[in-house]
Design a protein around this ligand. Structure first.
Ligand SMILES: Cc1ncc(COP(=O)(O)O)c(C=O)c1O
Length: 397
């Protein structure tokens, strides 16, 4: 029998490590094991009722056919209006592309902007999907170390250390998954200056922009001088409105780039689901109180989890200002032996916790920092407390 050989592109791609661990955890739970799952990358709340009702109404109106590839004009107007309210930036519907999740929006943007051999700057830690998307486009991942003095906030100085002659682009994610860091106005100013001076395009992933705490603001990088024309702004409804399964994300940027992204989408997936588009429209235009309610609850858990982790010997964490993750250093645990296993990195520790304490976290290797791990606090207070207790207990042995 002849064996079909995979393309080099397909063979080189790494599956999402966060999803792999989540799948393993869910498999153990389905076998009846009492596993506390702190890996989730999605809100644990239900999609608000008025949004679900809008989807039902859309089905009943018979909106079950293809829409415009870029999304309905009504939804793109709702996106424009939301961006205007949240950032002060104005975009025409022709400068907006709706896709099947923000991950899809990012993929369209990376494909539209990256030529084989182009360097793309990627601050560390990065969300696991970015390097794979850059590689899929044939680009070169150029990691950027963030000065620890700035607690996860990227600065122009960090970028200056990493730029190379073939650098063409930069991906910025604030608030960050996994670190929860939010880049402040002064640093964004510097990053904008860097982008202008070196003529690099920028993708700014602002999917967690509505989930910020302690009164910090998360301004859009697209709003800084000279940035609108070189920036693709990415956002979506998944995180703010608890709509991860609906698969709606969007991109806003210069018309020519949005058109190119739309062309790519037209020959791959076409429009995102018509019904989800109606739901997203209701989310963006309707009452915003549910977002605030969820944000407050995340904040309560964040405060609890940060102080709890700070009390566990061997672990340390910077207080995150956005998203719903804690990015925890386990560097002090490296070299220790627990239950006969020597811990060399967070992968070892995550596996030990899962197998010996039934608690699941995501190791940092996929995010570019193998001595860190990510905890999601998108879970109940009770589960969070139980999970942290189990982690501490095993570490204490
Ligand atoms: C930083 C970041 N960007 C984008 C996404 C993708 O969002 P979506 O579910 O809309 O594709 C995620 C989801 O985990 C994320 O963490």
């Amino acid at each position: 029998m002849t064996q079909i050989k995979l393309s080099e592109r397909a063979a080189a791609i790494q599956p999402s490590p966060t999803m792999a661990l989540d799948a393993k955890t869910k498999a153990l739970i389905s076998q009846g094991l009492d596993v506390v799952n702190l890996t989730a990358g999605e809100p644990d709340f239900d999609t608000p009722e008025h949004i679900r009702q809008a989807a039902e109404a859309s089905i009943n109106r018979g909106e079950t056919r293809y829409t415009a590839v870029a999304g309905t004009v009504r939804l793109r107007e709702a996106v424009a209006s939301r961006i205007r309210q949240d950032t002060g930036l104005t975009y025409e519907p022709s400068e907006i592309l709706v896709s099947s999740g923000a991950k899809h929006s990012l993929y369209n943007a990376v494909l539209a902007l990256t030529n084989p051999g182009d360097g793309v700057l990627l601050p560390v830690p990065y969300w696991v999907t970015y390097p794979e998307q850059i590689r899929l486009a044939g680009g070169e991942v150029q990691t950027v170390a963030i000065d620890p003095a700035h607690k996860g906030e990227l600065t122009a100085e960090d970028l200056a250390q990493a730029i190379r002659p073939n650098t063409k682009g930069l991906i910025v994610n604030s608030p960050s998954n996994p670190s929860g860091a939010v880049i402040g106005r002064a640093h964004l100013e510097g990053i904008a200056r860097f982008a202008r001076e070196h003529d690099v395009w920028v993708i700014t992933d602002e999917i967690y922009s509505r989930l910020v705490y302690d009164g910090v603001e998360a301004p859009s990088l697209a709003g800084f001088e000279g940035m609108r024309e070189r920036t693709i702004l990415i956002n979506g409804v998944s995180k703010a409105y608890a709509m991860t399964g609906w698969r709606i994300g969007y991109a806003a940027g210069p018309k020519a780039i949005i058109q190119a992204m739309s062309n790519l989408q037209s020959q791959s997936t076409s429009n995102p689901t018509s019904i989800s588009q109606a739901a997203a429209e209701a989310a963006l235009k309707g009452p915003q109180e549910p977002v605030e309610e969820m944000r407050r609850e995340f904040d309560r858990r964040r405060r609890f989890a940060v102080s709890r982790i700070q009390s566990i010997p061997g672990l340390s964490v910077n207080e995150p200002k956005g998203a719903f993750y804690l990015w925890v250093s386990m560097a002090q645990v490296v070299g220790r032996t627990i239950r006969g296993r020597t811990i060399t990195n967070a992968d070892d520790l995550a596996l030990l916790w899962l197998e010996e304490a039934n608690v699941s976290v995501v190791p940092g290797s996929g995010f570019g920092m193998p001595d860190h791990f990510r905890i999601s606090y998108a879970t109940s207070m009770q589960k969070l407390a139980e999970g942290l207790d189990r982690m501490e207990q095993l570490l204490g042995e």
